[in-house]
Design a protein around this ligand. Structure first.
Ligand SMILES: [Zn+2]
Length: 217
């Protein structure tokens, strides 16, 4: 988003809440977020009625109607911040930010739904079961959770806040494409995010392909 039009700036910073189904989101505001790949704008959103907050990183003018290179990324503290090799989340996050910066335009939605929605502490329990031989789906199910509890309904008010209607989505997960299309967005292209395999995440990635329908070449 360009911060050149004062009226647009005021509108974007005005507190507001949008309701979609059960998810009500309040736009909190934005700041600059310089990174090693480029200078993003970081937009904060808060769900009302709970303590969940989400951010959207934007680069360039996204409200001109052109398709926006977009990543919808669910939080993975271990992969994104603690350098875990058990999954490919951190690699995907970095690749997405680098690709957006390379194009000079795009959006990254960082959704606070750790561990495919089960939370950090349950994820530790699931990892313990995986240490004992379960795969990522079996472990979640053994703890009484579905294989994937992620919800994408907050994407609609977040994308609308930035004026985004059409996206080129960086994902290997067809569920994310379907979720955005169900919310009325046009997904004109899916770009796969290929990240390096290692001995620790090879089985995890194979399970995502085999049991969760991810499309990895
Ligand atoms: Zn992860």
């Amino acid at each position: 988003m360009a911060f050149t039009n004062p009226i647009r700036l005021l509108l974007n910073y005005a507190p507001f809440a949008k309701r979609l189904g059960v998810v009500s989101i309040k736009y909190v505001g934005a700041s600059r977020l310089p990174t090693k790949w480029g200078d993003f704008d970081m937009h904060g959103f808060a769900e009302t009625g709970n303590d969940k907050v989400h951010v959207l990183l934007s680069l360039g003018d996204l409200s001109d109607g052109q398709a926006v290179l977009t990543r919808v990324h669910s939080e993975c503290l271990t992969g994104d911040a603690l350098f875990s090799l058990r999954c490919d989340c951190g690699e995907q996050l970095q690749a997405a930010m680098e690709t957006i910066a390379g194009e000079g335009r795009g959006a990254l939605l960082y959704l606070r739904q750790e561990g495919r929605g089960i939370g950090l502490l349950n994820k530790i329990k699931a990892y313990r079961l995986q240490d004992q031989g379960a795969d990522t789906v079996e472990a979640n199910e053994a703890l009484g959770f579905g294989a994937d509890l992620r919800d994408y309904s907050m994407c609609k008010p977040m994308l609308e806040q930035l004026g985004i209607t059409t996206v080129r989505l960086m994902t290997n997960n067809p569920r994310k494409v379907a979720a955005l299309e169900e919310q009325g967005f046009s997904v004109v292209e899916r770009l796969s995010l290929e990240t390096p395999h290692n001995p620790h995440n090879r089985d995890y990635i194979a399970t995502k392909v085999g049991k969760l329908g991810h499309l990895i070449g």
